[in-house]
Design a protein around this ligand. Structure first.
Ligand code: ADP
Length: 421
């Protein structure tokens, strides 16, 4: 029996041990699968914790998004599933940007980049993005996984830094121009002082030689003293004093200009009509003397520093007086309007006007078109420009030579909530 049943039972034993080992393999596979699924779940949980994740089908339709995506975009899962990413397009990037992105991922390659998106409430946010295409056996994308990190703060910091760098570069250029102008303007009185110093030296030499020739107790002939004492020395002293005076004025102006940046500003609603009325009243004597007519139209309210802005308008009126055309009575019109969040004021005169090639230069430090004709240090408009820039405003000129000039001052317009003081 044993012999007859032997091979069969041996076969059964063999089959059952094979089955057992298959089962063990299956169990092992099952375990591995569970472990892999668990690992994948953990990776997904970690990814969801850190990143903004979206999965789209090959046409770009959103099939999955995580909570972070909903939070940053402010859209609900229901609003996003089935949509494409145009729903969060901020229109910041040119069309080519997204064309390149699609060309890359459709070719089965990974795309990296920084994208500005628009949340539901219209606010913008920046995300550093990696889009990873999942491919089928033919190498065609079957879905895209986009993993993003919120970099809005970093982009804001970068933008602020860029702005500061641009402002610094601008200030540096300005400073270089000032150093150039000042050294150039200081040179001419300095050359005068040096030249007339030598003339003084020569006059002293003449007197010393005449004294030596006369000898101890001798008389110096008056004719020999006449030229140095009556002509050379007084002339040299006159020019030296004028030169020193000019240098002093330049340095005082420079100091005044440099201090502007340190003056504290008090920005508040400014009633420009009232301000102009005050300035005109303070200048009444000079205006009456010049028989000037000043017409002020209703002016918009702006936000500015009262004292500094008052100096700007006083300077513009003073210039209108200084640079009036003697051939006709001075007429000044002050008008204003609001444009793109700025109150724009115009001070228009019928004075001598400024030729086109000089118009931009009138704002340069110490620049004067006709220094001999009128008093002034060529600083008024430079200071006005700086004062206005500090208040987020600006100044420019439009002028016709021989007909008159319009100086425009733009200052931020008042917030509709607050009231003028
Ligand atoms: P300043 O009047 O002391 O010379 P500004 O900076 O105020 O200095 O003006 C610079 C130059 O601009 C003046 O020297 C003058 O040539 C020109 N300018 C300014 N305002 C007027 C104006 N209203 N009409 C004609 N020229 C002007």
């Amino acid at each position: 029996m044993a012999c007859r049943n032997g091979p069969r039972s041996a076969k059964l034993i063999a089959v059952s041990s094979k089955e057992t080992s298959r089962q063990a393999d299956r169990d092992q596979l099952q375990q591995n699968l569970h472990a892999t699924i668990k690992e994948l779940r953990d990776v997904k949980a970690a990814l969801d914790e850190h990143s903004i994740v979206a999965i789209t089908d090959p046409s770009g339709k959103i099939t999955h998004i995580n909570d972070k995506f909903c939070a940053i975009s402010q859209y609900s899962r229901e609003e996003l599933i089935g949509q494409d990413h145009r729903i969060i397009n901020s229109r910041h990037h040119p069309r080519d940007f997204f064309r390149d992105l699609w060309t890359t991922i459709r070719a089965g390659k990974v795309w990296h980049g920084e994208i500005q998106n628009r949340a539901k409430d219209g606010s913008h946010y920046w995300v550093e993005t990696t889009i990873f295409p999942f491919l089928n056996d033919q190498g065609e994308p079957i879905q895209y996984v986009a993993i993003r990190t919120d970099i809005t703060k970093r982009k804001a910091n970068e933008a602020a830094m860029e702005l500061i760098a641009a402002e610094l570069a601008e200030k540096n250029k300005e400073l270089e121009a000032i150093v150039y102008t000042v050294s150039h303007d200081l040179r001419s009185p300095l050359v005068n002082v040096q030249g007339f110093g030598k003339q003084l030296q020569r006059a002293c030499d003449t007197i010393r030689n005449a004294a030596a020739a006369a000898g101890e107790g001798g008389m110096i002939p008056a004719a020999q003293l006449k030229q140095p004492v009556e002509v050379a020395i007084p002339q040299a002293l006159r020019f030296i004093n004028a030169g020193v005076g000019k240098m002093e004025t330049l340095l005082a102006g420079l100091l005044r200009y440099s201090r502007l940046g340190r003056v504290a500003l008090t920005i508040r609603p400014l009633n420009a009509s009232g301000l102009l009325a005050e300035i005109i009243a303070a200048m009444k004597f000079q205006l009456d003397e010049a028989e000037a007519e000043v017409h002020v139209e209703p002016l918009p309210v702006c936000e500015a520093d009262h004292i500094q802005t008052s100096q700007v308008f006083a300077n513009l009126l003073d210039n209108a007086l200084k640079y009036r055309d003697p051939a006709r009575p001075l007429r000044v019109t002050i008008r204003g309007h609001v444009s793109e969040g700025m109150a724009v004021y115009e001070v228009a005169d019928n004075g001598i006007g400024i030729a086109p090639e000089h118009q931009a230069k009138v704002f340069d430090i110490f620049h004067r078109l006709n220094p001999e004709a009128t008093g002034g240090e060529g600083l008024g408009l430079t200071i006005a420009q700086r004062v206005l820039e500090r208040q987020k405003g600006r100044i420019w000129v439009e002028s016709k030579f021989g007909e008159g000039s319009s100086f425009f001052v733009a200052l931020p317009v008042i917030d509709s909530q607050s009231q003028p003081c």
